[in-house]
Design a protein around this ligand. Structure first.
Ligand code: PSV
Ligand code: MN
Length: 428
């Protein structure tokens, strides 16, 4: 089922195809001078898949307030519809990552709805950073690492439930991010707290089906402001190494100290076979959850430079999970997610343009300027025609945002989705 009129997509594409073809040919000619086959690149670009977070299609907020958008999804089934619009027009987001309990609905109905919309499910996300109405033990002072065993058991149970739901809807990974930590020096014994976390996670790990993966996500601060149990990639790597083969690290681009060299972290995790996947977003100051590549597209390119380099070395066995994780406070989430998914694809394409043999020669010869120039040359290429061509060939829109706006989708759904107002703050 397609929620945007196919006739509209086709008509808009028809008007743009002639210009696209001439831009594509011109770029193809330019790339061929560097022995790059544009069609090969376009083919690889169209094989890329980025998961959309179910929570991303709602309007987010800050710690201070949330300003609702119009026609926000009322529940997970509305969210899936919005996700299908993103995929219909961009053709790079065939999967959705659910958050439990935010999306806790009958698994059969979830699966049916997704397959009607041509979607599948990516990693399950557990939520033990928030208390739920009927919950017995509070997570105010932690969950998997809580000082009391009953609270830890409750958090473990929740993760097991996420696996169970995931099994029924065709997911094959669990992402665990906890808000556990402390707000004051002395509040917690840092070592014992981490031991408790590891013990809890061992139980979760033991329940993973054979073909599943466990991604743990580190974050330096927030909601805990003095210490965080899984604060950085070092701790994350320790966890993955302690747990075993099915465990690996998830890198959310917003979860590091300012100016941290994220591509280096990525390189290290790849080297030790512990890079599980990403939550893409962008930031200026902290975990801003801004749209991917909105602030620093070069950094995203450098991350993909490591990924493409690793794919050359490790081949098909190297397949980290790509997900977006953003909060849209002032834009239409569908527009933000469409352009963000395309930015991930752009970074991938640009990284494929890097002349790796030449780069290696420059590196070995310590020709610093030429090495840096080799990266810049790829980064500065306008690959829009490749991205648009890949969408067109896959049945998407050459200009997704223009088609989306013309379709009136948001206004249409707003008629049945009441605006949720409220003074409360909240990140998601
Ligand atoms: C935490 O900041 C995080 O990045 C985790 O991935 C959560 O699951 C997500 O955001 C939800 O807000
Ligand atoms: Mn995240």
């Amino acid at each position: 089922m397609k929620l945007i009129d196919i006739g509209l997509v086709d008509d808009t594409n028809k008007n743009l195809t002639e210009h696209l073809n001439s831009d594509y040919d011109a770029l193809g000619e330019k790339l061929s001078r560097h022995a790059i086959d544009i069609d090969e690149i376009t083919k690889k670009a169209s094989q890329l898949a980025v998961a959309v977070p179910s929570w991303g299609v709602g309007t987010g907020g800050t710690r201070f307030a949330r300003f609702p958008g119009i026609g926000e999804p009322r529940h997970v089934f509305d969210k899936l519809e919005d996700c299908s619009v993103i995929n219909q027009l961009t053709r790079v987001t065939p999967t959705v990552s659910l958050h439990i309990p935010w999306d806790d609905e009958n698994p059969t109905e979830l699966k049916d709805k997704a397959s009607t919309l041509g979607l599948r499910f990516d990693a399950m996300n557990s939520n033990t950073f928030q208390d739920q109405p009927e919950q017995t033990h509070s997570y105010k002072f932690g969950s998997l690492s809580h000082s009391e065993s009953q609270t830890r058991e409750q958090a473990i149970e929740h993760n097991l439930r996420c696996i169970d739901i995931g099994k029924q809807i065709g997911s094959s990974a669990l992402t665990v991010w906890v808000g556990d930590g402390s707000n004051f020096p002395g509040q917690s014994n840092l070592t014992k707290q981490f031991e408790r976390y590891l013990d809890s996670l061992r139980t979760v790990y033991a329940a993973l089906p054979n073909d599943w993966q466990l991604f743990t996500e580190h974050k330096m601060y927030e909601p805990a402001f003095y210490s965080t149990v899984v604060q950085d990639w070092g701790t994350n790597l320790l966890i993955a190494q302690e747990l075993g083969e099915k465990a690996s690290c998830l890198v959310d681009l917003g979860h590091h100290a300012p100016n941290v060299n994220i591509e280096m972290i990525v390189a290290r995790l790849i080297q030790f076979k512990k890079l599980g996947g990403f939550h893409f977003n962008d930031s200026k100051y902290g975990d801003d959850d801004l749209d991917t590549a909105a602030i620093d597209p070069f950094r995203l390119f450098l991350v993909f430079n490591e990924l493409v380099d690793a794919a050359h070395t490790h081949g098909d066995s190297f397949a980290p999970a790509y997900m977006l994780d953003q909060s849209h406070n002032v834009t239409d989430p569908i527009e933000s997610l469409m352009s963000s998914a395309i930015e991930v694809q752009r970074a991938f394409v640009l990284a494929m343009l890097v002349k790796r043999d030449e780069l290696e020669n420059y590196q070995n010869a310590n020709d610093v300027i030429m090495a840096a120039k080799t990266l810049k040359q790829a980064f500065l290429t306008d690959v829009e025609p490749i991205l648009a061509k890949s969408r067109l060939t896959n049945g998407g829109a050459i200009d997704p945002i223009a088609v989306y706006r013309q379709s009136g989708y948001r206004q249409r759904v707003a008629k049945v989705r009441p605006m949720v107002t409220g003074a409360g703050g909240g990140i998601v």
